[in-house]
Design a protein around this ligand. Structure first.
Ligand SMILES: *Cc1c(COP(=O)(O)O)cnc(C)c1O
Length: 551
């Protein structure tokens, strides 16, 4: 048996005396914290990362059981390993089997290639190791972060120069909150909305101090609800749970064939909540659903929310950056009326993982969640952590501010327009190929389609599929997607779509493409579709030959 590098190192220590070991460890730890280290490490890391980023395929074809076997040891090594050998271990065992999210043929998820400037900035960020929770650990960065958030606030809401001059660096105002992702941003939005609607009044100190039961009692409600499309991201399930509303309080409204919330049903749900004496915490509009990229009719939802005097939140985690596009911005019309908006930086702003944002139209809104702490976070301070769910957090604002400056609004416009153009290309391609069926006209840059096995193509063309046929196609597509993922040359994800057929709701397994990677060319799109056709014919051949069933 050959030992991995760290194990070899551990073994070599067995021959040392305890005393010698102790001083070795001491020396080693001193070295770890000293400024001088060999340049070779940086070169080696650059080499590994360049190779990783440059890879064409989506992943290795290792199976998950082998990975489970690799990571089964739970003992902390008693003696430190050498960095170089640890890096080798990392390269062979982890990096080799990581997903090439930057690959132009990895077009199934919302994670893609990054601009090159994020790598040197990441190095700076960890070197500085600021903690954005408070001024005492992040001085200039606190104001720099506020500036970056104000820039995006302006892009969404476009309020007056005076407004921005007054609030951008005002410790009482919060134009935006930087979070670790869209999930935390959505939870924060629901938290602000809940605390605002069930706030202090007369003798009552508000939900924040007295809890949900007391608050509902005081205001005379029987329960609380959040209303939105059935395609709401599951972060709202988390929010409803955490805020004490319960998942039953998350009211999910059906969507139309284009994956947009049915506005009439939404209006009825609001009326029903009123009848049942439920407190509506917020009404949600989605700008780019995670499943299909569909954009709700935000203007209609804004109107409903306004009439009902309820907090209007837009989840634009995915679609938010469409505000940069002259050509596509109209799709988000109504977003400027939202009380709050979520946008992910690590999706269509092309920033590294770990950046979400919540924007607030009303700069005082976040005061409803404000907390103090005696060692810091004092009233009137600029400590960003006092109006945030998260505590200690890295200086991710570096990437956001840099992205806004180094890509600029014109750059982001180009990236958004390109993604949508390529999606149209792929939609036309899929429409023209008998092997595939397009499942919905794309709103943005997500595409839902499916593969149709040869013997069923005529029936699809004549729209004569039976429910049994559909089940067969579902199984086929599920197996196709799994086989494609396992082979690792290319990648498309999979989701479920409901459709009205045979005068009832049926579930359709859909292949889901996300066209966001600027490196993806039309040739790459063709290659991904060809890969699917090849895998599909292999599946069919095996089935015929060996009477083998993929089910
Ligand atoms: C991705 C996404 C989220 C969640 O964001 P995370 O950054 O993954 O936490 C929420 N809503 C929508 C519409 C999304 O696309």
């Amino acid at each position: 048996m050959t030992l991995s590098k760290p194990e070899m190192l551990k073994q070599s220590y067995l021959f040392e005396t305890e005393e010698r070991l102790h001083s070795d460890v001491e020396e080693h730890i001193r070295q770890l914290f000293s400024l001088s280290h060999s340049d070779n490490i940086d070169e080696y890391v650059d080499e590994i990362s360049d190779k990783f980023i440059g890879a064409d395929d989506a992943s290795s074809d290792i199976d998950l059981d082998s990975l489970v076997a690799k990571f089964g040891d739970s003992k902390v090594p008693s003696h430190p390993a050498e960095f170089t050998s640890y890096l080798e271990y990392l390269a062979d065992n982890v990096i080799a089997h990581s997903i090439h999210t930057a690959s132009p043929r990895f077009i199934g998820h919302m994670t893609s290639a990054l601009p090159y400037f994020v790598q040197p900035l990441a190095k700076l960020m960890t070197a500085m190791n600021q903690n954005s929770v408070k001024i005492e650990t992040a001085k200039s960065l606190s104001f720099y972060e506020r500036q970056a958030l104000a820039m995006l606030h302006r892009q969404i809401y476009n309020l007056s120069d005076n407004f921005y001059a007054e609030h951008i660096q005002n410790s009482q105002s919060t134009l935006g909150i930087l979070t670790s992702g869209g999930t935390t941003a959505n939870i924060t939005a629901m938290w602000c909305a809940r605390n605002a609607v069930l706030g202090a009044k007369d003798d009552f100190l508000g939900v924040e101090k007295e809890g949900l039961t007391a608050a509902l009692n005081f205001y005379g409600y029987k329960g609380a609800a959040i209303i939105g499309s059935e395609l709401m991201h599951f972060s709202f399930d988390k929010a409803a749970d955490l805020l004490g509303i319960g998942n039953r309080g998350l009211i999910k409204i059906p969507v139309d064939s284009n994956n947009r919330v049915r506005v009439r049903s939404l209006r009825q749900a609001v009326a029903k909540c009123r009848e049942q004496n439920l407190c509506i915490i917020a009404i949600i509009g989605i700008a780019g659903t995670t499943d299909s990229g569909g954009v709700d009719s935000l203007l209609d939802i804004a109107e409903i929310a306004q009439e009902a005097n309820v907090h209007f939140h837009v989840d634009a985690a995915w679609g938010g950056p469409l505000v940069f596009s002259q050509k596509h911005r109209y799709k988000l019309a109504g977003i400027e009326q939202a009380n709050s908006v979520t946008i992910d930086g690590h999706k269509q702003l092309y920033l590294p993982m770990g950046i979400g944002m919540l924007f607030l139209r009303e700069p005082q809104m976040a005061q409803s969640i404000e907390k103090q702490a005696s060692y810091t976070m004092r009233k009137g301070s600029f400590d960003l952590g006092k109006r945030a769910l998260e505590g200690s957090r890295p200086a991710m604002a570096l990437f956001l501010h840099a992205g806004l400056n180094l890509i600029g609004s014109k750059g982001y416009e180009f990236l958004i327009d390109e993604g949508i153009r390529k999606t149209q290309y792929m939609a036309n391609k899929v429409r023209s190929m008998s092997e595939f069926e397009l499942l919905a006209e794309p709103d943005t840059n997500l595409l839902l389609y499916r593969y149709i096995p040869e013997n069923l193509r005529e029936l699809v063309a004549k729209k004569q599929l039976t429910e049994i046929d559909n089940l067969f196609i579902n199984k086929f597509n599920e197996y196709l997607q799994k086989s494609q993922r396992q082979a690792g040359r290319t990648f498309i994800s999979r989701t479920m779509k409901t459709s009205n057929c045979f005068s009832q709701e049926i579930s359709i397994v859909a292949l889901r493409a996300v066209l966001a990677n600027p490196l993806t060319t039309e040739d790459d799109i063709d290659a991904v579709l060809q890969d699917q056709i090849q895998i599909a014919s292999e599946i069919s051949r095996l089935e015929d030959e060996k009477n083998y069933s993929f089910e």
